[in-house]
Design a protein around this ligand. Structure first.
Ligand code: ZN
Ligand code: ZN
Length: 369
């Protein structure tokens, strides 16, 4: 979705200002979230090189012939076309002469551009140095506009409803995959254009933070982690809640309380002027106090926007200053190998005061008979 507050011309000129600041001569953007951010659209990515090339003064768009009309229609930019039989070299040469970029400068390439496309670009451009464009793009993308925050809020509300569809589906005898399918079906029927992931991790599988949802049948006594996300008008959701079948043991209750308290303290620490590490340390410290420190296997959170995982990163060492408009997850977890896992994940927006929580679900353990 194009952010209605900001035109792509404005975003490109902000990129050019950032390039001057960072000493970058040319940026090459592939059909990724970065392209969607800058242009509001990216064609289907495949093995054909497709690059938005931005110098400090000009922009050129090298596009495979089969995507060119669509790209021009969606972005309003003129495509420099190349045909399969000819290859992209001629189109690249034409683009570079229009950009006025001489060999020997600094090229910043989209972080997730294909290596083969990057090698072709480097051959044509002959830069003195190539670096990842992630730093430049993060400077632009890390603080969300109001329109972006509202898009993320709509995606979060949809994911909340999808979690409850999953909770409803959890019953003894049902497989993890069947629960995941119900969730995915809901997302699609509710207008999500892509279901990014539906993790349903039951019993001992819950001890693997990125469990591959499988054919295990739910049984009484299971702790079940539901961690799901989808794309709604280009913006991502990501939420985790925990269901328990039958009366939870004392150990499950103790772990749940520890993670819940860590989640609460993490959200409390998410405020303008704090550092990313303050959020991680608040959550991690709480879990350490409860005696489960070694069982918290990952960072406390990650940014969310056009990608499910993007900066800022909530790690114990990150000195990223939290500013209004930053959006990220707070998702502490405890994983007991061979037994079960608990993770509670919310998406928060940094404001001048207390953070705004986009996830609207209750935080208590959901116990089903
Ligand atoms: Zn998640
Ligand atoms: Zn997450």
């Amino acid at each position: 979705m194009t952010d209605s507050n900001v035109s792509s011309a404005e975003r490109l000129s902000r990129l050019q200002a950032q390039m001057a600041h960072d000493g970058v001569d040319l940026v090459a953007i592939a059909p990724t979230a970065n392209m969607r951010y800058l242009l509001g659209f990216a064609p289907l990515a495949d093995e054909r090189p497709c690059a938005l090339l931005v110098s400090r003064q000009a922009t050129r768009f090298v596009v495979p012939m089969l995507n060119a009309d669509q790209v021009e229609g969606r972005t309003g930019l003129k495509a420099i076309r190349w045909a399969d039989a000819a290859g992209p070299q001629q189109a690249l040469a034409e683009a570079l002469s229009g950009l006025g970029v001489a060999p020997g400068g600094v090229l910043a390439a989209d972080d997730t551009m294909r290596a083969d496309a990057l090698l072709i670009l480097q051959e044509a451009i002959r830069p003195a140095r190539t670096l990842a464009a992630g730093g430049l793009m993060t400077a632009l993308r890390i603080r969300k506009s109001e329109a972006e925050i509202e898009a993320l809020a709509r995606a979060a509300a949809q994911a909340d409803r999808a979690v409850m569809v999953g909770v409803e589906a959890c019953r003894p005898g049902v497989t993890e995959r069947e629960v995941a399918d119900k969730i995915a079906g809901y997302f699609r029927q509710d207008g999500a254009e892509l279901v990014d992931f539906t993790i349903v991790a039951s019993g001992p599988s819950g001890a693997f933070p990125h469990h591959e949802t499988g054919d295990r049948r739910l049984q009484p006594g299971d702790t079940i982690i539901i961690d799901i996300g989808a794309s709604l008008h280009g913006y991502k959701s990501d939420v985790t809640r925990v269901v328990h079948l039958g009366e939870p043991s004392d150990e499950v209750r103790a772990v749940y309380q520890a993670v819940l308290e860590a989640n609460r303290r993490g959200r409390e620490a998410a405020r303008a002027g704090a550092r990313a590490r303050d959020v991680d340390r608040a959550a991690r410290g709480s879990i350490e106090q409860a005696g489960y420190g070694p069982h918290f296997l990952h960072r406390t959170g990650h940014g969310l926007g056009l990608e499910v995982h993007e900066p800022p990163w909530m790690t114990s060492e990150s000195d990223t200053l939290l500013e209004p408009g930053m959006v990220f997850s707070v998702e502490p977890g405890v994983y007991l190998q061979g037994k079960f896992g608990v993770r509670i994940e919310d998406i928060v927006v940094v404001t001048e005061g207390e953070c705004r929580c986009l996830t609207g679900l209750d935080h208590q353990l959901m116990v089903k008979a």
